[in-house]
Design a binder for this molecule. Structure first.
Ligand code: CP3
Length: 343
């Protein structure tokens, strides 16, 4: 498996073409996902290994991506730490009992592996279903992004609660981030033992922190996780969505840096090219246009990377539920054929 195209590209080894997968590929744009979802609620799907494995493999069978990502959610870790998670229909996820005080932080549990056995079982089942066809990516939320949900109780526009904790009570914020970091390390080690082939850390809310606090309150914790889980030939991808200073990623022990669609990939290649492999970054909304536009925009992304490796093609954030199947199929076909010509 370590010789698979996607894993080689993540390690910056020469490949015959650019690999392609997309964030949220196991999701609502697929009629086959919606058919399963019509019969079960989201958390039941996450917690039933047979269903999670079936959904993980759907986009491999139907679209033909070069990597699978295990169907789950970043918020199963805070749930295992003691928060009660609800996925409110059309409102997204929420916690009934968000973290409000030092006492709440003290009560959080960090021995999470026992409560997340269902994820490890889903990974083992998925590996059987994939049968060596493509590698399986495991993932976790970055401590800051998880802390944001745990303190806000849900998604937020301005993130007042988590940012006030950071600005007003930094020692308490660090205490919370430490506990989440310990939990994420234990969780990811379990996923790697269950034989995930690569790991992605989603820092989806990285961009809400002022740049001069990003290292202290987010990246340092991510880097600690990466160092703890790093194993020979296991690539680690970090997706710091919304950061503008990519220079700081140079010293991260990660292999791949995910780039959101608001950043200019050519500029980031100037900063990080040759040091980190880059993943990204087509705007997901382009997939709502037509095949001609998709081919020209995807071609621009390949051109920015110089079509000479060091790149994993992805969107700059998750694929949208309203994406037409034929459009995502056309994108994958284009990357598979087109990136070929230049390597
Ligand atoms: O990428 C994949 O295909 C794997 C599955 C995956 C899901 N969530 C499934 C999901 C992954 C990697 C995630 C990560 C995740 N979850 C993130 C980080 C990535 C990102 O998008 O920035 C975040 C912030 C969450 C939290 C979360 N979960 C939100 C905000 C929502 C609601 C918004 C939405 O898209 O509906 C969820 C629910 C969720 N997670 C769904 C899926 C397929 C939709 C649930 C449904 O079917 O109703």
């Amino acid at each position: 498996m370590s010789e698979h195209l996607f894993l080689k590209a993540c390690r910056n080894e020469k490949t015959e073409r650019t690999p392609v997968w997309v964030m949220r590929q196991a999701g609502r744009y697929l009629p086959e996902y919606r058919a399963v979802r019509a019969r079960h609620d989201f958390l039941t799907m996450c917690k039933t290994p047979e269903l999670a494995a079936e959904i993980t493999v759907q986009p491999i069978d139907i679209i033909g991506f070069d990597a699978a990502i295990i169907f789950s959610d970043i918020l199963v870790v805070p749930e295992a730490m003691g928060l009660s998670l609800k996925i409110v229909e059309s409102n997204g996820p929420a916690f009934d009992n968000p973290v409000k005080s030092g006492g709440d932080i003290d009560r959080l549990n960090t021995n999470v592996a026992g409560k997340l056995e269902y994820v490890y079982e889903a990974v083992r089942l998925t590996k059987k279903l994939l049968n060596g066809r493509v590698p399986l990516i495991g993932f976790a939320g970055a401590p800051f992004t998880l802390a944001a949900y745990m303190v806000e109780g849900k998604g937020s526009k301005n993130f007042e609660k988590i940012k006030t904790l950071i600005f007003k009570e930094p020692a308490l914020a660090h205490k919370l981030l430490e506990k989440i970091t310990a939990s994420v390390i234990e969780y990811l080690k379990g996923k790697i033992d269950a034989e995930c082939d690569a790991i992605q850390i989603f820092d989806s809310w990285a961009g809400v922190l002022p740049p001069d606090c990003y290292e202290e309150f987010s990246l340092n914790y991510i880097n600690r996780i990466v160092s703890e889980i790093k194993r020979d030939k296991l690539p680690v991808i970090v997706f710091p969505r919304g950061i503008r200073n990519f220079e700081i990623m140079k010293s991260s022990p990660c292999d791949v840096v995910g780039v959101d669609w608001e950043s200019d990939l050519a500029k980031i290649k100037d900063t990080l090219g040759g040091i980190k492999v880059l993943q990204g970054n087509m705007d997901p909304v382009i997939l709502l246009s037509d095949e001609k536009k998709i081919r020209s925009e995807a071609g621009k992304v390949l051109d920015k990377m110089g079509r000479d490796g060091g790149h994993v093609f992805n969107l700059g954030h998750g694929i949208l539920p309203e994406t037409p199947i034929d459009n995502i199929k056309a994108l994958v076909k284009f990357i598979k054929e087109e990136s070929n010509k230049y390597h």
